[in-house]
Ligand binder design. Structure first.
Ligand SMILES: Nc1ncnc2c1ncn2[C@@H]1O[C@H](COP(=O)(O)OP(=O)(O)OP(=O)(O)O)[C@@H](O)[C@H]1O
Ligand SMILES: [Mg+2]
Length: 249
């Protein structure tokens, strides 16, 4: 780790300069935060699990021709990614009412939505990531209409793929958050690609039969068994991680 120059330290990950120009190394920490950093903690082994889960999902999306930043996993906690200019939006997809949506709209958690809803939040911790409309995001120049079309198309495809993936392993994909970025290809073209991570840190995943929560809400709501829930997701996805190795890393 210390060999490389650190570019950014976030709440859950650290970005290092990659071996080639235009690449970064994404290091997954065990740190967990919630409620815009008010609640902090550690989930032992989370970084190892999220590295593997995000690798699994991004690889699957790549195989389905959805462009992502993922290049390859380097070790237990690190993956090589394409460096992008992050579009400062959190793209949230909701299939079932939960969390802030339930609060804001007065809809009971667990109510299936008549159709999937896509929301945008402006990525700005000081402002508490406020929800914003399409009009605002294009007017403010955070994304242009062509990019927004691409993001919407990719987001809906990703939702379809992930709903199917999780349904197949007995899990309801309640909601999730995506980040996209602008990638400058070697031909100097600009491409919008999926960035960041897809893991139980930014998805709500409920057991289909029991509705048991298998995601970061266990941490947010002090339900216990947080690491076990992440392990269960990895296990059902067919990812094998030697528990001894997880603890040692
Ligand atoms: N391919 C990429 N290129 C450049 N930056 C990226 C890429 N993928 C993710 N990022 C950014 O790297 C950071 C990852 O760290 P982390 O998720 O810990 O941040 P965070 O604490 O959630 O902060 P933020 O509010 O900036 O997302 C995020 O800022 C994310 O937007
Ligand atoms: Mg983040």
């Amino acid at each position: 780790m210390s060999r490389r120059r650190q570019i950014y330290e976030g709440k859950a990950k650290i970005l290092f300069e990659g071996p080639e120009p235009g690449t970064l190394v994404q290091y997954f920490k065990d740190d967990a935060t919630a409620f815009n950093n008010l609640k902090k903690g550690t989930i032992v082994g989370k970084g190892v699990l999220n590295n593997r889960i995000s690798e699994h999902i991004m690889t699957m999306l790549g195989d389905l021709s959805i462009p992502t930043h993922f290049i390859k996993r380097l070790n237990m906690r690190e993956q090589l990614i394409k460096q992008v200019e992050i579009i400062p939006l959190e793209v949230i997809v909701r299939n079932v009412a939960a969390g802030s949506f339930s609060k804001r709209m007065g809809v009971e958690e667990g109510t299936p939505l008549p159709r999937s809803i896509v929301e945008f939040c402006y990525k700005n911790d000081e402002l508490g990531d406020p929800i914003v409309g399409e009009d605002v995001i294009t007017a403010m120049g955070w994304i242009n209409p062509r990019e927004l079309d691409e993001v919407m198309g990719m987001t809906l495809r990703i939702n379809d793929v992930l709903c199917g993936l999780f349904a197949g392993i007995g899990i309801k994909l309640v909601d999730f958050k995506l980040e996209f970025g602008r990638y400058y290809t070697s031909e100097d073209d600009l491409q919008v690609i999926l960035a960041d991570e897809i893991s139980p840190d930014n998805c709500r995943l409920w057991d289909s039969k029991t509705n048991e929560k298998l995601d970061k809400d266990r941490f947010r709501r002090d339900l216990g068994g947080v690491a076990e829930a992440y392990q269960e997701i990895a296990r059902r996805l067919g990812i094998f991680i030697d528990p001894q190795q997880v603890e040692a890393q």
